[in-house]
Design a protein around this ligand. Sequence first.
Ligand code: TXA
Ligand code: MG
Length: 309
Amino acid sequence: MITTDIERAARAIWQGGLVAIPTETVYGLAADATNPDAVRRIYEIKGRPADHPLIVHLADSTEFATYAEHPSPAATRLAAVAWPGPLTLIVGRPASITPVATGDRDSVGLRVPANPIARRVIEIAGVPVAAPSANRFGQVSPTTAEHVLEDLGDVLDPERDLVLDGGPSLIGVESTIVDCTVDPPELLRTGGVSREELTVLLDGVADVAAATGPARASGMLPSHYAPRCEVRCVDTADDAAALVAGTPGSEILDLSTDVVAYAARLYDELRSADRRGVRTLIAVLPPPEGLGHAVRDRLTKAAAPRPQS
Ligand code: TXA
Ligand code: MG
């Protein structure tokens, strides 16, 4: 099911199949966002609740005008200066995008990925593509084609679906999500674009507020992005050393001196800990700046109490 043939992948999307595509953040499970049957299969395959909206990916920033209904000045500004890139903007949903992709909401999350393979496959397919991270719901996102096969290899249909291999995702954590349907815009998920960068990109057009109200993004649920092993977060290498000594079956994860590498390797490290049968992963949190916000968020969620299953 793995291919590097971009045209074949585009054809599969156009014919209503599912294609795992590489992006700079994580791999996405893509379907034609104008085809309700194709999009419905994303939910089935991931085991994702039907009311959790997907992100719709576009080939080029110029398509913002076509697919954003009533965009606010902040949304228009961010689409112009931050795309292509790891930033998702929530705007009004146009009629052309099936409500199946947005959990019946009249808003839609739009993003133009920076990965050139992703943009090319969307461009050739000629349709916007709905794509959540290509993992089972609630699990760690995939950052390689092999991760996708580990998670979804037995549920994808070899007759219609594909995994487009574009190598490891460069950033390694999901996009930042900004809800631009409210004023001021709200930060729903920290990710590849840092809070500090958002302020610079907005250049005074608006201030971004912290999210309020009930969780609107599945990444906002307290327990998400979780491996099978227990995760415990600490602030310093000394704390980690003390804890590992008293915790049987534990290991330390500490890339806190290089936050870019931490983000890029985070999900592979969590998966690898599971493969090796680690019982408790003791993760040293990076400083809360730049990409560090996103790494801290994902680690804290991986460490949160999990629903019984
Ligand atoms: O980096 C990423 O964002 C990756 C790549 C593939 O682009 N995608 C990703 O998708 O992380 P997913 O489905 O795992 O997370 C998308 C998040 C969800 O938490 C969803 O609730 C939120 O985006 N979202 C999408 N549309 C929304 C909307 N209209 N209103 C509120 N939240 C929305
Ligand atoms: Mg996800």
